[in-house]
Design a binder for this molecule. Sequence first.
Ligand SMILES: Nc1ncnc2c1ncn2[C@@H]1O[C@H](COP(=O)(O)OP(=O)(O)O)[C@@H](O)[C@H]1O
Ligand SMILES: O=P(O)(O)OC[C@H]1O[C@](O)(COP(=O)(O)O)[C@@H](O)[C@@H]1O
Ligand SMILES: [Mg+2]
Length: 440
Amino acid sequence: MIGHEDLAVRTLGPCRIDSPLAERLAARETTQHSVQEGDRVLFDDTLSMAGARDVPVSELPSLEPGGPRQRIYFDPAKTRVGIVTCGGLCPGLNDVIRGLVLELCRHYGVRRIVGFRNGYRGFIPRYGEDVVDLSPDVVQHIDDEGGTILGTSRGMQDPEEIVDALERLAINILFVIGGDGTIRGAMEVVRVVQERGLKIAVVGVPKTIDNDIPYIDQSFGFQTAMSEATKSIHAASVEARSAPGGVGLVKLMGRHSGFIACYSTLAKDDADYVLIPEVPFALHGEGGFLEHLRRRVEDRGHAVVVVAEGAGQEHIEEHEPGRDASGNVRLGDIGRLMRRLISEHLDKAGVENNVRYFDPSYAIRSVPANPYDSAYCLRLAHAAVHAAMAGRTEVIVARRRRRFVHIPMALAVSRRNHVDPLGDLWMSVLEATGQPVRFG
Ligand SMILES: Nc1ncnc2c1ncn2[C@@H]1O[C@H](COP(=O)(O)OP(=O)(O)O)[C@@H](O)[C@H]1O
Ligand SMILES: O=P(O)(O)OC[C@H]1O[C@](O)(COP(=O)(O)O)[C@@H](O)[C@@H]1O
Ligand SMILES: [Mg+2]
């Protein structure tokens, strides 16, 4: 059960400096569209959840609101900022970098901003990476391209060496843009900063194409990636409907969470089946997936199958589940297995079939953000700058139920966000595809 202490945000100290934005905040109140800085955002959003806590309203768990403060902790004229992007790509990384730089420079007057290259290894001397000086001129148009101008990487780095680099460069604020791994890495950096008695704020902007970070609405870039995925699903549908016994098979990213597969299926209602990591399925037998697909192909002449890369791992026998440099599990290729098994099963049943396989994985995460995500990235960047300038640390900024809030890093990595097999989203997928609740 989430409690008050889980939602408490650490600060480096009292805010004694008037914010350059202060005069715009004088009349700010809590409404549907804004939260007064001394107010808090309720964590629970149903009567039953709030009621179950059996405490007075004032003691209900609540989150610190995001947004500009009247007074700030850091003196903008003397503040040096670092930015780093880590882990897998996601549309919008450059938009976040751009937003951070523009907000820092234009509204706080912070002039010294550096980017660290290729993820956390950018701090480590043995990699020989110089920092990238960032300014409005440098970042003005970087949002036109996918990826990250700073580069990214996986692989563990020594937090002591990271903090050494921060000290050498006299960095006061570090923005980390990344997923669960990056946030865990940032917490190690915060630990060392505290051990050394340093006043360095570390603020995260959560990034996950899989949408596997909990307590936030959706990661930036998710909508862009999902809309890219719909193009492949539509292509699979065209191919399937254009050949006798056509089966379009699309594998999408989603190591442990099947959100991309679910939302792209709902958006382009062409799929007959969606298979995700959260919902195991039997392949063989009368009630198994393959028999159900055979009947669908015989009845309709075609079918489209969307499979998240993390689904069906239990069916991949000879796969040695290794790990990548960051410790993330390396998945077996469910797409190739399904392609082979579908063809074999239909051949054996004497059903003419033409299986067309699509694997747009990297194609959906390396594109520039769409306008929705670009705007979202900019607002997240604004929130991150406001939080850091006000001395918040060991926190990520996020939009949760349309409000921007500060979520402690420990809470953000306390569990993984999954598609709930009993939840509304999966119910919608079952309604859209008509697939059975379970196979086998
Ligand atoms: N458990 C961990 N503890 C400390 N640092 C971590 C941990 N996991 C990952 N990291 C650091 O975060 C970086 C990015 O993590 P990774 O899992 O690759 O991507 P993401 O942050 O997108 O999940 C890694 O390069 C590594 O330096
Ligand atoms: O980028 P890599 O190392 O090929 O890993 C691919 C994985 O990265 C992701 O795109 C995102 O992973 P992270 O959240 O760890 O960055 C996963 O969807 C996918 O399984
Ligand atoms: Mg991750």
